[in-house]
Design a protein. Sequence first.
Length: 364
Amino acid sequence: MKKDSEKSVLRLKAELAFASELEALSKTDTHAKPANWLRSPWAVLTYLLGGTLDDGTVIEPKYYGPRRLMEIAVATLATDRALMLLGIPGTAKTWVSEHLAAAISGDSSLLVQGTAGLAEEALRYGWNYAQLLADGPSEKALVASPVMRAMEDGKIVRIEELTRIPSDVQDSLITLLSEKILPVPELNSEVQATKGFNLIATANSRDRGVNELSSALRRRFNTVVMPLPASLDEEVRIVQARVEQIGQTLELPPSAAPLEEIRRLVTIFRELRSGKTEDGKQKLKSPTSTLSTAEAISVIQNGQSLATHFGNGVIQANDLAASLSGAVVKDPNQDQTAWMEYLETVVKERDGWKDLYRACKELL
């Protein structure tokens, strides 16, 4: 049973939200574990992909996609090479990295969020300037970064949006990843990585104006390209599962998001993304928006909230349309044209979709 403090948290960390599953895996895990791993690679993979344990415990899938990709990701973290999860927004890069850290180290909070203004101290270490001015450089004055703490404790550290970090700051990782040492020249010392330490980085393959990794840094990573869901049914299953999870946290009734509305939304996203209808018979203009699985989850979640608080409790076409147009039309010029054409040539003509057509048109 969750503690009262945990019940009030909007989003629990993976190791807390799925604590019972992780505990059950630990009890039944008889496979070999790499040094300082809480669970074996087999248990980590089972946690990610789901399954039923010998004691009857059902492990909920965290990732829907090719098994081999997750095998490569887990196997990489058992070596001395870092892991890069690369893909367009909404392909579960952050989600997978969090769950990998939770299952391996029991701690997904060692995180650096990459930004254009990130300083090198965020990847290495900083200083408590009050103590630094009073006593000079010392271990007490040193402020460890998440990367340094992971090295000391033998855990997994995560770096989000690595390619958004300035190139000179990125390159501070080269020695760290190759030598597994973080020099502290101010103290004439160094931090050596403890067994179990590794790094997971994520990067958006469609971002504009980002800083490409140097060839020296790129060689320190094994890269796993995270694909979009392969089929309509698979993407519908992902959206449905995540909407149910989020709905429980927000205390929204599960009946508010019927399967047929999720399927309609995912169909729209997939067709606009690919530039053709699902049957391949009609070509379409694609908008500039990503229209990822994560965005589909957000649209359904918003529709779920509208239906619960301002409707009859079940998502209707007008609830879906309220967020759908905003998700598609990011560029008022190019996207508006593509969306209007799609409404007139596909949505209007599709059997059973007239209600959605009218709801979307009312918002234009």
